[in-house]
Design a binder for this molecule. Structure first.
Ligand code: DC
Length: 240
């Protein structure tokens, strides 16, 4: 029996909770809450695409120049660190871009570069390298379908476009950015269409994902449901 346990890949695999979904569905907030409670690492995969968009702008690379973007992606100089207050800080080529990459413009650029197959391939291993003990909560569009198809729990978190735009609107105002609700709704719809209709790794739930609609659910209720799903995953039992 013990020999069987040793042979089982589960016994040596670092557990992953994959949280996928469209822009503004609250994936980031939920991923951080879940990770904090479990003491797991977090992968914000969208940040990598946003960083690549920012790097492309910085180096005057066109958002459809797949060959140049592939090279840029392979050499992307990024660091995910914490400031003295323990808040996450993202450095691109040594420069703090934590807020810059959260703008709508950066989101649009990210969505464009993310549609290119060579870019996705170039960022694949970098994302998989975040899988370190004790475990990982991975937030994105294709975590459960492409990057971590063997994830222990797969959540597809969604909400109506209006609810997502409204959340984004409030976030932007809080951060002191200018925002217009109508244009945010249009933007979210356009981004959903681009992310869903692209040929490679389109936004869609994995066949074995739990679909959670958070339009009328608060953060705590969503976190509770993620933990309820995690409770049924054998690979996570010892962390709960
Ligand atoms: O989650 P986000 O809004 O930061 O992501 C920005 C863009 O990056 C999003 O429009 C689509 C793309 N993306 C992706 O294609 N695959 C991922 N795993 C994460 C993000």
């Amino acid at each position: 029996m013990s020999a069987e346990i040793e042979k089982s890949p589960r016994a040596i695999t670092v557990p992953v909770i994959a949280i996928d979904g469209p822009s503004g569905s609250g994936k980031g907030t939920i991923a951080h809450r879940v990770a904090q409670r479990l003491g797991f690492h977090v992968l914000d995969s969208g940040a990598l695409y946003r960083l690549l968009g920012a790097a492309a702008q910085r180096h005057a690379v066109a958002m459809d120049n797949e060959a140049a973007l592939e090279v840029l992606a392979a050499h992307l100089d990024v660091q995910f660190i914490s400031n003295t207050d323990g808040e996450p800080v993202i450095l691109l080529e040594g420069e703090d871009v934590t807020d810059v990459i959260r703008t709508e413009e950066a989101g649009r650029a990210a969505s464009q570069v993310a549609a290119l197959p060579a870019v996705r391939q170039a960022l694949l291993a970098r994302q998989q390298a975040f899988r370190e003990g004790p475990g990982l909560v991975a937030d994105g569009r294709d975590m459960g379908t492409v990057v971590f198809p063997d994830a222990d729990v797969k959540i597809f978190l969604t909400a109506s476009a209006e609810a997502r735009a409204e959340r984004r609107y409030r976030q932007l105002l809080e951060k002191g950015f200018d925002a217009n609700l109508e244009s945010l709704i249009d933007d979210i719809r356009a981004r959903d269409a681009r992310d869903t209709e692209r040929a490679v790794a389109p936004l869609r739930p994995a066949a074995d994902a739990l679909i959670l609609d958070s339009t009328d659910l608060g953060i705590d209720a969503v976190v509770d449901r993620v933990f309820a799903a995690a409770a049924t995953a054998p690979g996570l039992a010892r962390y709960l």
